[in-house]
Design a protein around this ligand. Structure first.
Ligand SMILES: [Fe+2]
Length: 159
């Protein structure tokens, strides 16, 4: 016999706004991951080693995150978006010129992280409204992670 509690905990709360929001955050994160990878490859200057390594840590973290976000979409019985063209179109992430001075990479990545955070905050709030606390939890984790990276990037730019 199924108890009402067991039934509730195994039922996913589907809301197309949440699914669209998760796919947007997926696209944003993928776009930012690609930009961070680009910065990792082409950064030059006296801080080469620390920036090259910091960017690697960041894109590796995002590589795991995009998989988690996509699989949350699947857990909601919807489909994840993918493919570079589709992801770029959905993300609408501004791309920066490369090569560029080392501080320009950091400044451009700050703007990109802020874009991801804005979209993740919107989707976090929609998840809350929809009662989808698992998606909300995932998004809270993503926001905290991007906020931490933002703090580090901004600290680097302080003179
Ligand atoms: Fe590398």
């Amino acid at each position: 016999m199924n108890s009402p509690i067991a039934k509730t905990s195994s039922t996913v709360r589907k809301d197309t706004r949440v699914i669209d929001g998760l796919n947007l955050v997926l696209a944003d994160s993928y776009a930012l991951m690609a930009l961070t990878h680009l910065a990792h490859w082409n950064v030059e200057g006296p801080d080469f080693f620390q920036l090259h390594q910091a960017f690697q840590k960041q894109y590796e973290e995002m590589f795991e995150a995009v998989d988690e976000i996509a699989e949350r979409v699947r857990a909601l019985e919807a489909y994840a978006i993918g493919g570079l063209g589709t992801l770029a179109k959905v993300a609408q992430m501004e791309e920066f010129k490369s090569p560029a001075p080392q501080k320009d990479y950091v400044a451009a990545l700050i703007v990109a992280h802020e874009k991801v955070i804005d979209d993740a905050v919107g989707t976090r709030d929609l998840s809350g409204e929809a009662g989808d606390l698992e998606s909300q939890d995932l998004l809270i984790g993503r926001i905290a992670s991007h906020q931490k990276t933002l703090w580090m990037l901004k600290s680097y730019l302080k003179s």
